[in-house]
Design a protein around this ligand. Sequence first.
Ligand code: NAD
Length: 519
Amino acid sequence: PAIFALRSSHFSTAAEPSSKQGSPPSVPNLIGGSFVKSQSSASIDVINPATQEVVSQVPLTTNEEFKAAVSAAKQAFQSWRHTPVTARQRVMFKLQELIRRDIDKLALNITTEQGKTLKDAHGDVFRGLEVVEHACGTATLQMGEYVSNVSNGIDTYSIREPLGVCAGICPFNFPAMIPLWMFPLAVTCGNTFVLKPSEKDPGASVILAELAMEAGLPDGVLNIVHGTNDIVNAICDDEDIKAVSFVGSNTAGMHIYSRASAKGKRVQSNMGAKNHAIVMPDASADATMNALVAAGFGAAGQRCMALSTVVFVGGSKSWENKLVEAAKALKVSAGTEPDADLGPVISKQAKERICKLIQSGVESGAKLLLDGRNIAVPGYEHGNFIGPTILSNVTADMECHKEEIFGPVLLCLEADSLEEAISFVNRNKYGNGASIFTTSGVAARKFQTEIEAGQVGINVPIPVPLPFFSFTGNKASFAGDLNFYGKAGVNFFTQIKTVTQQWKNLPGSGVVNLAMPTS
Ligand code: NAD
């Protein structure tokens, strides 16, 4: 039977009628504190990528339902903005406890809908949980500034105030972490929120929202609407939504960035990636190979911080054979299998796209050192599996290098020097993450200074920052000014009000001075 891990009273009530008839449950929206089944007649199947079972059906929410969600958020803002920050933080303290309590349920839902291994799904939840923990300190994070006596008897101070209704649009690859990058900080800063989960794996968002309600988040502070392009466009256009957080592909991200900012909204848009590792000949061989295999093939390469390209400098190219041996040893199976190292990719279309990019590499002269395209996974013959694949002799102009593959495919290139390797990496349009493996501090420092990437790793393969820093991105990997979480995240979800106050006994001379005041 399909495992749909949503079992709480909210969801099962909405799901029961259709489950009883044998059809998959409909994923509910959350509007004004109630989990409600959409009235829409159009829906999309949520498919388990390891088995092709239909797990649930996600509705294409109607415009009326969307408007109701925004209206509930707008109404809730009136009291939530005046709720003391200590009380808002207390909801986050409770939420982090509840996420820990239900982490297995969340992870099982993620594995069922998204495909990653259960252990990796725990990591997905845990990295989001850390943002909730961080949001527990919002009072300190959003403190303003004060300068006394800027002029005689006059003080100036700034306060950070919430924006109003904010919205978040999520990708499929981190069904828990990315919603948790968005709504916890937004609401603890005093905003209310409308979340649009990925239509491919909406279950974790609904479970997280149930937990947020259980933690004491008032009705209407967090709302969920499901759907695809139409609902996203409605979010971009809606006059009551003040800010949009987006994570996903460049096509959608640039469209959302332009459309929402044309309507005067703040937008933070985290997009695609092509992350490179530069391997210097002095690097520690075994540790580096382990790091490359884990960062290239973990989550079947469907991480925006996956290391998908290795640039071997000088003598380190001879390590390719070790890489192939280590990759061959990985077990590909359904994420629920305890010994699986990597699961399937998200959809048949994704598998087709990845295979096409591998083939285009081969046709343009790359050498296929390991081919995972025709892998057979016993017991899961219908899954969208691709085994670890390694292409060598790749060059910068190849399609497989220019485009994000987002699958378990590692490209290997060569460079004669660190300079050449850095210039090679910087020529790529993306700038999400990049790492160097070396024992030379001089090489590491040069790399750190010259590389054009938001997240830089030095002997660290996936340098995703913890929430007290921000997740950034350069070039085509990010659009906007204020990044996700950390100080920038708090700034994104608040606006500055600057107050100038005068408290002194004012002389009653009756002289009016029309000149610009100076101190
Ligand atoms: P996607 O862009 O297809 O979908 C993301 C969201 O946008 C979904 O909610 C979807 O419904 C919506 N959407 C898609 N196309 C749209 C359109 N034309 N108009 C309006 N809305 C649209 O992305 P995905 O496949 O779910 O996620 C994978 C991508 O996300 C990869 O490119 C990956 O690198 C990127 N990603 C980036 C980061 C980061 O922090 N930089 C993190 C995770 C994923």
